[in-house]
Design a protein around this ligand. Structure first.
Ligand SMILES: C[S@@+](CC[C@H](N)C(=O)[O-])C[C@H]1O[C@@H](n2cnc3c(N)ncnc32)[C@H](O)[C@@H]1O
Length: 222
């Protein structure tokens, strides 16, 4: 798979005034909310195109429910995946795995997040992260990914996604696709944020159909 070098993209996170840092704060708040509201018991988190894991790793590490979390982060670039893996290890998240059943495993997979082979075995997630994806794939692939997210998200689970709001904005269409897939809109980012930033959280209100695997969900075109 051909992929552009995404490593320089992450530098914008280090400028607290950048739109990307503003987006990260919203995503982190959404993750915190999902953990706060999660039912008692195991919490399964799946992050596709996870990057350096700057959203989920610090939030889980600081959250009282951290021991309940089993997470799989999937990132294609091996160096970026290593950054995430090291961050998870430094946060102590990789030490809590129950070796008997892998409960509490916090795993960073180096691989294609569009390939169902990398997550079909994970089971419906209580939190699905689709951040930094929808601005980089075709409209048809966004629609397809949202439709298939239905089978990846447990009833009551949250899906968080991002997309810019530049015209013609696809944000209303993406909301429609989530609704068709059984999700109710929960929250969205402040419209006062720059138009490069939009984040929303949705709750799955149906029991997920079994995930069928099959074709890739999307292809990055940027
Ligand atoms: C825009 S960044 C977003 C990273 C992260 N989700 C975030 O919001 O900080 C996109 C990331 O997706 C990764 N990526 C692109 N295509 C991928 C694929 N098919 N499978 C896994 N990772 C992919 C890139 O290497 C890059 O790290």
């Amino acid at each position: 798979m051909e992929l552009r070098d995404w490593k320089p993209w992450f530098a914008a996170y280090d400028d607290p005034e950048s739109p990307l840092a503003g987006r990260l704060a919203v995503v982190r708040d959404g993750i915190t909310r999902a953990l706060d509201e999660a039912a008692a018991g195991p919490i399964r988190i799946l992050s596709l195109c996870a990057g350096e894991g700057r959203d989920v790793i610090p939030v889980v590490a600081a959250h009282p429910r951290r021991a309940d979390v089993t997470a799989r982060l999937i990132e294609f670039d091996p160096e970026i995946a290593d950054v995430a893996r090291n961050a998870a290890a430094e946060a102590g998240l990789t030490d809590q795995t129950d070796q008997s059943d892998q409960t509490g495993a916090f795993t960073v997979v180096t691989g294609d997040a569009a390939d169902p082979a990398n997550f079909a075995d994970f089971g419906p997630a209580d939190l699905l992260l689709l951040c930094g994806i929808f601005g980089n794939i075709s409209e048809a692939d966004i629609s397809n990914t949202v439709a298939r997210a239905a089978a990846l998200t447990a009833r009551g689970g949250t899906a968080i996604w991002t997309r810019h709001r530049r015209e013609p904005s696809l944000v209303p269409a993406i909301h429609d696709w989530f609704a068709q897939a059984g999700f109710a809109a929960l929250w969205e980012s402040d419209p006062a944020l720059p138009e490069s930033v939009y984040v929303a959280g949705h709750r799955q209100e149906r029991d997920p159909a079994p995930f069928s695997g099959g074709d890739k969900l999307f292809t990055f075109i940027k």
